[in-house]
Each structure stands twice: as structure tokens, then as C-alpha cells.
Write a protein that binds this ligand. Sequence first.
Ligand SMILES: NC(=O)c1ccc[n+]([C@@H]2O[C@H](COP(=O)([O-])OP(=O)(O)OC[C@H]3O[C@@H](n4cnc5c(N)ncnc54)[C@H](OP(=O)(O)O)[C@@H]3O)[C@@H](O)[C@H]2O)c1
Length: 335
Amino acid sequence: MNKQLLFVKRPQGEADASTWSLETNPIPEIGEGEILIKHHYISLDPAMRGWMNEGKSYIEPMAIGSVMRAGSVGEVIDTKNHPKFKVGDFVSGFGGVQQYAVSDGTNLYPVDPNLAPLPTYIGTLGMPGMTAYFGILEVGKIKEGDIVVVSGAAGAVGSIVGQIAKIKGCKVIGIAGGPDKCKYIVEELGFDGAIDYKNEDVNKRLKEECPKGLDVYFDNVGGEILEAALGRLRMHARIVICGAISQYNNRAAMKGPRNYLSLLVNRATMQGMVVFDWASRYGEAALAMGTWLAQGKLKSKEAIYDGIENFPQTYNRLFSGEKLGKLVLKVIEDE
Ligand SMILES: NC(=O)c1ccc[n+]([C@@H]2O[C@H](COP(=O)([O-])OP(=O)(O)OC[C@H]3O[C@@H](n4cnc5c(N)ncnc54)[C@H](OP(=O)(O)O)[C@@H]3O)[C@@H](O)[C@H]2O)c1
């Protein structure tokens, strides 16, 4: 049987248990040219909150009654003459929150569990890692000596952004919630400084950590932290708008920065990015980051929780911050 999490109600504000329904259905039959994938791990991402909303976005909103959209990694266990994938292959894609998925192979990537643990392929070597790589290098256009500030710094995207910027010779300051995460990004990941936005005055601490201002701000959170960063721009600074998690559960309108004219004064650029625009270059990023991982220059951390039935409370950790690194749910049951 196939345990599936269906999306049954569009939330207003925070999603809760009534947003989803856990169902058990027969494992689907595959047709000619299709494969059956047994999922091992599901990716939990802040973007999920946006996918639940109606309205125009970079991707279609999820339909009520559909399987909850999610990145996934698993093993091919059956095929009917698929031209590319065979039984025993491991693949990553958007299979949704369910234990088994049928696919014709579209947007599926082969992965090798001998080169990296499977959860890494939905983290550092998957969508969040690709976001970090192209966001900081192509949109942030970092160069040696730049002062880089990143929010959500202990998370899946932010932790990789900061480490890539260090590899490229930048000074890196991370903004994260709580002393443990701040200690982690400095002591384990090698950031130059950390600001604990839950316990410190971000404006004051940014001034201390970046007395001459910042060249690149990589924004994962939006809101007041974006505004504080805009107040510290150097000439020709670049702001990468990657996400705004502080605003995703708003019932009222999103809060934008009041001081955006700092862009004018400093001839700065603020640019939004969507990782899918770089899909044709994922291979290049995976090779670079795989090499850094093997060399010990890049550290990948996953927070893995167990059981598809625990999806709602695990998802909430994205917003409470009660996890360290990439949030992953193990959905394969021990046989
Ligand atoms: N544009 C794209 O293509 C793209 C692709 C992937 C991800 N993203 C975006 O990138 C951002 C990070 O994603 P991720 O997967 O790496 O998630 P993540 O950072 O691993 O997890 C979310 C983190 O956000 C922090 N957070 C939650 N509420 C917050 C608030 N009100 N203010 C400040 N921080 C808050 C929490 O850390 P603390 O404990 O530090 O608060 C939490 O751990 C998200 O905004 C996401 O939507 C964009």
C-alpha cells in the first residue's frame, strides 16, 4: 500500500493539521514507458507554503485533493520499458509526499548513493544547494574580498551560500536564530561572524560586523532583516532576493522595506531569483559542490525526521526554526 499526504485545504496564515489528509491507497500500476519509484526521503521546503496559495507565481498553485508537492529521492523498483531508468537506479525529482510515485522520467535526475548519502541529493546536491550556488555566484556576483551577509544562515540554502562565499575569499556574516545556530555557523562552517536576530539588535550588530558596509546581501527572510541590510549597503552592492520566510504566513499584506532608496543612493541592484531558471546548468553546480564536499571544503548537514504521518509537525520546524540544516523526512518504512 502507498501512504500519501493529500493537500485538502488552503490555509490562511499558518498551515496546520487540517491542511492535509493522510490516506492509504493501493500502489499504482505503471503504464508503458513508466517507472515506479519507492521514495526514501522527502524534502521539506519553505516554498511549500507558497505553493498552497492561489494566484500567479513562478509555479502553478497546488490543486486541492492533489498529493502534497515535494522534492523526493528514491529507488526505481519497477519499469515497463523505460528508455533511461532501470530497476535499482536511484533518482531525485518532485515525487510528492507519498511512499511510491509513478513517473515517465520527466524532470527526474539519476543520483548515486555511493557518491553521497541519499538525503544530500535533496539538500546540498539538490534544489537548495543549486539555489545557493547560482544565487550567490550568478546573481550575487561575488568576488574576492567582498563583504557578504546572508540570512537564514544555518539553513539549507544559507549555510551553503556562506560556505561558497568563504571558498571564494569573501568575508561572511550570517544571521540566524539563537546562540547555538550562531555558534555552529562560525565554529563549524567557518563564517567570520554571526548575528542572532532573536536575541540581538540586527541594525546595531550589522554596524559592528560590517563597519564599512556590505557588498552582497543574500536574503532568505525578508521583512525587518532585509530593511536592516539595505541600511548597510556599499556602493554597487547586490541584493539577492531568494526568499522571505518571515512573511510567508502573513494574513495581512507583506511588509516591504521602507528604505529602498538606499538602492538609488548606492547604485545598488536588487534581483529576484528562481532556481529552476538554472536547471540546464545543475550538472556544473553538482560537480563543483561534489568536489568541495569531497575535499572537506563544504559541509552538508541534514536534519532527518521519521514517518510520513509526522509531516505536519516536521513541516512546522521550517517556521519555528527547530532544526539544523536541511529539513528531510524519511518516508521509507523499515522492512
Ligand atoms: N528562489 C528560489 O529559487 C528558492 C529556492 C529554495 C529556497 N528558497 C528560499 O530560501 C529560503 C531558505 O530556504 P531553506 O530551504 O534554506 O530553508 P531553511 O533555511 O533550511 O529553513 C527555514 C529557516 O528560516 C528561519 N526562519 C523561520 N522563520 C523566520 C523568521 N520569521 N525570520 C527569520 N528567519 C526565520 C529558521 O531559521 P532560524 O532558526 O535561523 O530562525 C528556519 O530554520 C526560504 O525563504 C525559501 O523560500 C528560494
